[in-house]
Design a protein around this ligand. Sequence first.
Ligand code: NAD
Length: 355
Amino acid sequence: MTAFWTEPDFDDHEMVHVVRDRKSGLTAIIAVHSSHLGPGAGGTRFWHYPDPKDGLRDALRLSRGMSYKNAMAGLPLGGGKAVILADEDRTKTPELLAAFGDAVESLGGRYVTAEDVGISEADMVAVSQRTAHVSGLPVSGENAAGGDPGPFTATGIYLGIKAAVRHKLGKDTVQGVHVAVQGIGSVGGGVARLLAKDGAKLTVADIHADRAAAFADEIGGTAVDADAILSVPCDVLSPNALGAILDEESIAALDTAIVAGGANNQLARAHHGQTLFDRGILFAPDYVINAGGIISVATEYIARRDSKPSGVDEVHKLIASIPDRLETIWQQSDSSSTPPDVVADRMAQDLIGRG
Ligand code: NAD
């Protein structure tokens, strides 16, 4: 058998902790990729993997992603991720969450957890009964940081789209700029509303076509079929639904100058960044433009950990640096003829001392 730490996904993780608790039925993997900038921070996924090896792969891939994302967001946090291997019925009991909290606590703060797919805010509150190393808990005051990260993510993407329009189209305003938005959930809906207020022309799509039509009416835009959104002729395509949507076929059909949206891992494979670049389409690396939510969640955690007040003003200040970071990436990309996603990865690797 090949040792798993020699596989590319392992990528020099500092720690991979496997937890088994027979009494509660908990099996979990806690991965810390890097603690160079601070404790490894990233959410917990609760998922049933028919092959547990896929759970390990997810934990490793996602925890490296968090190292890059936290570093590029300017946060004093490293990257980590936990995966709870759910059974087929996805049984989630208070005992299982308590055992998971104990496992996080036993790491003494090397890993800080949060919500991810399959885990709710209420679950995190339960976990927080057993460990202090939890972020993304309900907000405690009117002006406090934290709470639903969606609106903060949307604000960062809105600012990033404005920066992309300036860089690629030489325009200081999005008025009259045509933006196609895939997915009108928490993030995509927020992005579309902010752009509509500035006079952008919006085309939207969602798998819930009726919701998309009503939303388009509300913001004065147009709705199209979910199948059609990726090839709508536009200035900016903003993917805010699923990952892995940019592959050979979809990139060939794009009719846009810019791709800038919040969905995680938009490139189906790493080399698709080069495919976009070859087509002259400006790409905003997803983990840079969609960092608004993690900035809010992390600010809330750090303030609680250090017993100091936290405010949304601090969150907005950090979110305001997203466009500058993107501009630096695009300038380096232009001057070195290297796709922006590759430039971003190298910058992140430098920041975590792995350049
Ligand atoms: P959400 O569930 O609120 O919204 C997603 C929307 O996309 C839903 O309305 C859904 O119906 C729609 N959708 C799904 N498949 C689609 C398809 N094929 N075509 C068109 N629409 C489709 O989720 P969200 O919180 O808005 O997150 C959107 C994306 O952004 C996800 O990829 C998420 O991982 C990423 N993201 C979210 C945050 C955050 O703060 N919420 C932060 C970083 C990244």
